[in-house]
Design a protein around this ligand. Sequence first.
Ligand code: F6R
Length: 368
Amino acid sequence: DKEGWPTFMEKEIHEQPAAIAATLAGRCDADGRLALDEVRIPEAILRGADKVVVVACGTAFYAGLVARYAIEHWCRIPVEVELASEFRYRDPVVTEKTLVVAISQSGETMDTIMAIRHAREQGAKVVAIVNTPGSTISRESDAVLLTHAGPEIAVASTKAFTAQITATYILGLYLAQIRGNKFSDEIQDYMDKLALVPDKVQRILDRAESVRQVARTMTGATSVIYLGRHVGYPVALEGALKLKELCYIHAEGFAAGELKHGPIALIDEGQPVIVVVPTPRRPELHRKVLSNIQEVRTRGARTIVVAEEGDSSVDAYSEVVFRIPPAPTLYLPLLDVVPLQLFACELAGAMGHDVDQPRNLAKSVTVE
Ligand code: F6R
């Protein structure tokens, strides 16, 4: 039931505040400590883990790329993020001290299932972050952290992505708490700030019309470039994937710092470039992305920018700016991705495509 929305995808984009809130609910005990009863892996094993390896596909893989920034920062454990389809073929270094995190909306993705089987054969423990209780991945893992996004019907993933990021943050903070590092005193504070994210997502959704308007001017585009730096980089990758899937337009996400190492040769008059701008409160990141916008603008690009409310430094170089409420840097992907989802969804509709069932795609990929 689309509950009045024209497509399931629109409905699910708008369900993100609820999906994030539901994924956060009930994770703390009365003392404000994270209590993840479902993670039954003995604390000694979690404390002794010397590496985290995230395995996933597609959008879930990009959630893993986001998670790396948070888990490494909070836990000081090295985090690798690997495409599940590549993982077991490279003879990965996996031991009993490796904590594998498998991320999957459906819980039925064969590439991811094969990756966790391989990891467990090497003695690794697997935590699954899945949206589907009882799914194969949840049954074959040592522990399950459920995303409570509710069923996702549209083939292109939206609310599962933001719920997955939320779940990886809960896991990251839990590991920090168990391992007792300098962040263990700040866990409550990080959880409190995470709890503010759903309202911020809602604020972005309330301004969806400005995104829709720009999307409708893009029906003739044959290529769109996405740029991001730090946590904005995986957001750029995810934005590009949404455009490929829904609009059948060639799209590519780049780390903004890579621009000058090659991709800038692609820029000519009228090339659409969507830039995810870091918060000005991180000047070392912000300054560099701002100069990337200037570089592509000088070469005639159409620059569409996602930037924080009040960040006027981008105005002179942007055709349009989608505004994001301020939030801690690590939480920005939960906000930045929303206009990119809306953009792809609206453009696909304007091009006459089936938004919920793009061509050649299936909701769950049960073959390798
Ligand atoms: C993108 C998309 C796919 C899935 C991928 C993994 O919109 O839906 O890239 O993210 O096939 O699927 P799950 O999460 O079910 O393992």
